[in-house]
Design a protein. Structure first.
Length: 238
C-alpha cells in the first residue's frame, strides 16, 4: 500500500520501493473494488494495514422500474405502488397520474406511493418518474379499483289496475359483470308470468290484485351485493 498521499491514480511515476512502497492501479474498474492489505516484515516481526477501495460508477442516466405493472384493488382499501431507480448520481423519484392529479389521500416515501381508501375515480395509469442530471426515466402501473354495486329501483312505487303490465327497472352502478335477481318480500315465490330480463328489468303481464306487495332487487358482482325495494299496489280503481 502506498504511503505517499500525492501519487495520482493515473500517474505513471514509479517510486523506489525502498522509499515509498506503493501499489498503483491504472484505469481502475468496478472489479478493482475491495479490501487491500499491505504487509511489512522485518526481523522483529510482521505488521499489516488494510484499506478498503471503493470504485464509484461513472455517471449514468436513470432507469425506473415498478414492482407491478397492474394492480387491482377493492374500493375503500389502501394500496401501495413501489418504484425503484438506478443511476448516477442517484435519481430523484416522484409519482404522477396520467392526465389527472394524484388522489388527495396519498403519500410518497422512498419511492413508495400509498393511496388510502381508494375509489373508482382513482383508477388509471400511475407514472414513476426518476430524474438525475443525465436524464430521466418513467415506469407505469395501471390501477383498477373494483366496487360493489349500488342499486336503485325505478320506479320505487307504482299503482296499477288489474290487467295492467308491471315494469320495474333495477339499476346498479359498480364493477361489471353485475347480475340481478328479483324476489317478493314475504312471499315464497314470484307471481305467475313474472319474467326477469338480463338487464335487471322485471315484467309481469296482466297483474292481479294478489300481485300487490313489495318487490326486492338484489344486484351482485364479484365484490359484493346491494338491494333496492319497489312497492307495487294493484287496485280495482286508481
Amino acid at each position: 500500500m502506498c504511503t505517499h498521499t500525492d501519487i495520482h491514480r493515473h500517474s505513471q511515476t514509479e517510486l523506489s520501493p525502498s522509499i515509498f512502497p506503493c501499489l498503483q492501479v491504472a484505469a481502475v474498474s468496478s472489479e478493482d473494488a475491495g479490501v487491500y492489505v499491505c504487509q511489512a516484515q522485518n526481523t522483529e516481526g510482521v505488521a499489516e494495514v488494510k484499506v478498503e477501495v471503493i470504485v464509484e460508477g461513472g455517471a449514468t442516466a436513470p432507469k425506473a422500474t415498478v414492482s407491478m405493472a397492474e394492480v387491482t384493488a377493492v374500493e375503500g382499501h389502501t394500496i401501495t405502488m413501489q418504484c425503484q431507480a438506478t443511476g448516477s448520481p442517484l435519481p430523484v423519484v416522484s409519482w404522477s397520474k396520467l392526465r389527472a392529479p394524484l388522489p388527495w389521500q396519498h403519500t410518497v416515501e422512498g419511492g413508495v406511493l400509498t393511496l388510502t381508501s381508494v375509489g373508482r375515480q382513482d383508477s388509471g395509469q400511475y407514472i414513476c418518474n426518476a430524474t438525475n442530471t443525465h436524464g430521466y426515466s418513467q415506469a407505469y402501473t395501471q390501477l383498477e379499483v373494483d366496487s360493489p354495486p349500488y342499486t336503485t329501483s325505478l320506479p320505487d312505487q307504482v299503482r296499477l289496475r288489474p290487467g295492467d303490465t308491471l315494469r320495474l327497472q333495477c339499476l346498479a352502478h359498480g364493477s361489471h359483470p353485475i347480475t340481478f335477481r328479483w324476489t317478493r318480500v314475504g312471499r315464497a315465490g314470484m307471481p305467475a308470468g313474472a319474467e326477469t330480463i338480463k338487464d335487471g328489468q322485471l315484467l309481469i303481464g296482466q297483474v292481479k290484485l294478489i300481485d300487490s306487495g313489495t318487490y326486492k332487487c338484489v344486484a351482485t358482482n364479484h365484490v359484493g351485493s346491494s338491494e333496492a325495494l319497489a312497492k307495487v299496489t294493484v287496485k280495482g280503481e286508481l
